[in-house]
Design a protein around this ligand. Structure first.
Ligand code: 5GP
Length: 191
């Protein structure tokens, strides 16, 4: 999406470890108008996929996910992060290694919010090595529900997550796709 790529070029900064900082429109301060446009685009791309719910992980996935859900006319559920979980009977849980925090989190979704006939769209802010998406796929498998696809605001194509989603046989929509970081600048993938 041109508007998103322009915003990344204007406001993004590249941190050590191939981390793109976009905290003035996505990861800390949030631009609601841009989120609305991103949500509309996710909805347009998945409108025929029979999506019943949008799933994400707190916290940075929530803004684009809720806008996608609004435009699709379905609820949004965010998995909660915990340091470690004890009482888990009423929860679906998965372990996720955090790329930016370099540590493990348990993520969980209350069983009440997923039912056997659900077909979920997974949305996240970034796709890097795919651990957050894998955690949500693990939860979908435990809940025995279908996954319609994966939508991410920004993918770093050169990391493992892109292939992980493809290998799972799922449709992947990345609204901006970064091919590489080089000499402090961003190069977008051409397709
Ligand atoms: P993954 O699980 O795909 O390795 O990483 C996805 C999660 O890590 C995202 O939800 C996001 O919060 C964080 N993340 C990964 N790469 C970046 C990045 O380059 N910039 C920012 N701001 N967050 C990232």
């Amino acid at each position: 999406m041109k508007i998103l790529e322009d915003r990344i070029l204007q406001d993004g900064t590249i941190l050590p470890g191939d981390v793109l900082k976009v905290d003035n429109f996505l990861n800390h301060q949030v631009d609601p108008q841009l989120m609305d446009q991103l949500g509309a685009e996710f909805a347009r791309r998945f409108k025929n996929a029979g999506v019943t719910k949008v799933l994400t992980v707190e916290s940075s996935g929530i803004a684009p996910a809720v806008m996608a859900a609004l435009h699709l006319g379905v609820p949004m559920i965010f998995a909660r992060k915990h340091k470690s979980l004890t009482l888990t009977d009423h929860l679906y849980t998965a372990k996720v290694y955090s790329y930016t925090k370099q540590g493990n989190n348990d993520i969980s979704i209350d069983r009440r919010f997923l039912s056997a006939d659900d077909n979920v769209l997974i949305i996240d802010d970034f796709l890097a090595n795919g651990q957050a998406v894998q955690g949500l796929l693990d939860i979908a498998e435990s809940a025995q529900i279908k996954v319609a696809g994966v939508g991410v605001v920004i993918e770093k194509r050169f990391q493992k997550g892109h292939q992980l989603v493809k290998d799972a046989g799922l449709p992947l929509v990345a609204l901006a796709s970064i091919a590489k970081f080089e000499n402090g600048s961003v190069t977008f993938a051409q397709d």
